[in-house]
Unconditional design. Structure first.
Length: 169
């Protein structure tokens, strides 16, 4: 009888651990959603993947602790573990994970800045002749507009001259 009770106590502690693990995965998912900001279809897909991960975690814990036999104290252990984590550790863990996430994002930005530095130098070098070309294009563009108006102006003048000729007769 003592062995059975100690085994059940071990399963109960494992289910508390499972509740803590599920709450931690939920915090990871919340932080991921904060940074990614998915649209509606992506949210649905991510929710499905999240619940599959939770299901697999729960089944693996139950399988290794008591061959996946469901008892009422297992549910109680998961609920206790989830609430213990949320009340005691969630805020601290989220702050730590957000801090780590910010550091990783800043590191990635610095790496991208360093990798793209030669490209930015080439672009800045090409801007100088590009500005001159654009400036010449603006001057040339005004000339082109002026030359494009010639046919319109000549047709207007031609119509005026024809009207004068018709009136004189």
């Amino acid at each position: 009888m003592e062995n059975l009770v100690s085994n059940q106590f071990h399963v109960f502690l494992t289910s508390i651990y499972g509740g803590i693990l599920i709450a931690f995965i939920y915090d990871l998912y919340r932080i991921f959603r904060y940074y990614v900001k998915p649209k509606s279809v992506a949210t649905i897909i991510q929710d499905i993947v999240f619940w599959i991960i939770i299901l697999m975690t729960t089944l693996i814990l139950l399988y290794y602790s008591n061959w996946a036999e469901l008892r009422w104290y297992i549910f109680l252990g998961f609920i206790i573990g989830f609430f213990l984590y949320n009340r005691l550790l969630s805020k601290i863990v989220i702050k730590i994970l957000v801090y780590i996430g910010e550091k990783i994002i800043n590191l990635i930005k610095k790496i991208i800045y360093i990798v793209t530095y030669p490209i930015r130098i080439i672009i800045n070098i090409l801007k100088i002749p590009g500005r001159k070309i654009l400036k010449q294009g603006k001057i040339g563009g005004k000339k082109i507009k002026k030359y494009c108006k010639i046919p319109i102006l000549t047709t207007k003048e031609y119509k005026k001259q024809i009207k004068k000729l018709i009136r004189k007769k």
